[in-house]
Design a protein around this ligand. Structure first.
Ligand SMILES: [Zn+2]
Length: 302
């Protein structure tokens, strides 16, 4: 079943949680520029195990471990194209092998995921539409070749990149029948991480229903998400998705997390978001399979 069919048949879908966090909880060290993509190379069985844990916890949607797995990132680490093809194949196959009746969606990180200089969290970068296209198109094409039809651009912090995805990257693949979902990150005031007024982002997305089937926020605090809801986040014609992080802040220099864990308040907010009609709810960094199981009890009981 594809994502659109699954959304039509269910009021609320449960997404999985933090892939990298779960890998770390199983003892994996992911302190490299390739982040959790590193494990595609060193330990594919561990990737399969994480997918299985989220499946067993009740996730309706499983995301591939491909957020960081763009061709330029792997090339920077010294890999050749055919090796990168193989990593993406491993990512798709390990996710497929864990599926029960869940939907598989390919995760795509923003251009900033390649920079690994912290701009992933500030949205502070500026490149041309051609650069965005050449960064994104190779991975998408390979994933299409492996049978993927549903894609999510995640943690996008920059309005120019959102526009480039909408007006350049997605149209590039118009000969295929694909579904695209956009998740962006917001600061604690509810505006896009690069500072763009979130109302402006929502209006732009609302004007592009042919490009985007799902619009959401991920890897942001619950405080930030709540603020964005008052800026029109749920007024778009698209399906909506909210999957916050565990409340801690990432330090890109030391590659560590600090701050207060918010997992407990995620559960109360998840129930409220479901009441408000949010279509996809789950977790991002810091949210483990056990938390997804608790969310399953909340979301699937309705
Ligand atoms: Zn995250």
């Amino acid at each position: 079943m594809n994502l659109k069919q699954k959304l039509i048949e269910n009021n609320t879908l449960l997404l999985d949680g933090g892939f990298a966090t779960t890998l770390e909880s199983l003892g994996c060290s992911i302190n490299s520029s390739l982040w959790s993509a590193e494990i595609l190379k060193t330990n594919p069985d561990m990737i399969a195990q994480v997918h299985q844990l989220f499946s067993q916890a009740g996730a309706d949607i499983i995301l591939t471990n491909t957020y960081q797995a763009a061709y330029p990132s792997f090339r920077n680490a010294g890999f050749h194209s055919d090796e990168i093809d193989q990593f993406l194949k491993t990512a798709v196959n390990t996710a497929r092998s864990s599926q029960t009746d869940s939907v598989l969606v390919a995760s795509l990180g923003p251009y900033a995921a390649y920079l690994t200089d912290g701009s992933e969290y500030t949205g502070d970068y500026n490149v041309s539409d051609d650069v965005y296209l050449s960064y994104h198109k190779e991975r998408i094409q390979t994933l299409i070749n492996y049978g993927i039809t549903d894609f999510v651009f995640e943690a996008v912090p920059n309005f120019d990149e959102i526009k480039a995805l909408t007006e350049t990257v997605i149209p590039y693949f118009k000969q295929y029948d694909l579904t695209f979902w956009l998740s962006c990150t917001v600061g604690n005031t509810g505006d896009l991480s690069d500072g763009t007024d979130f109302q402006k982002v929502c209006e732009y997305i609302a004007d592009h229903p042919d490009e985007w089937s799902v619009f959401g926020i991920n890897c942001s605090t619950i405080q930030g998400i709540e603020a964005s809801l008052s800026k029109g986040m749920l007024d778009v014609p698209q399906y909506t998705a909210l999957y916050p992080n565990g409340g801690k802040t990432y330090d890109a220099v030391t590659k560590t997390w600090s701050g207060k864990d918010q997992t407990d308040i995620l559960f109360t907010h998840a129930a409220e978001w479901q009441e408000k009609g949010v279509n996809i709810i789950g977790g991002c960094c810091g949210i483990l399979p056990k938390d997804i199981r608790t969310l399953a009890d909340i979301i699937h009981q309705k």
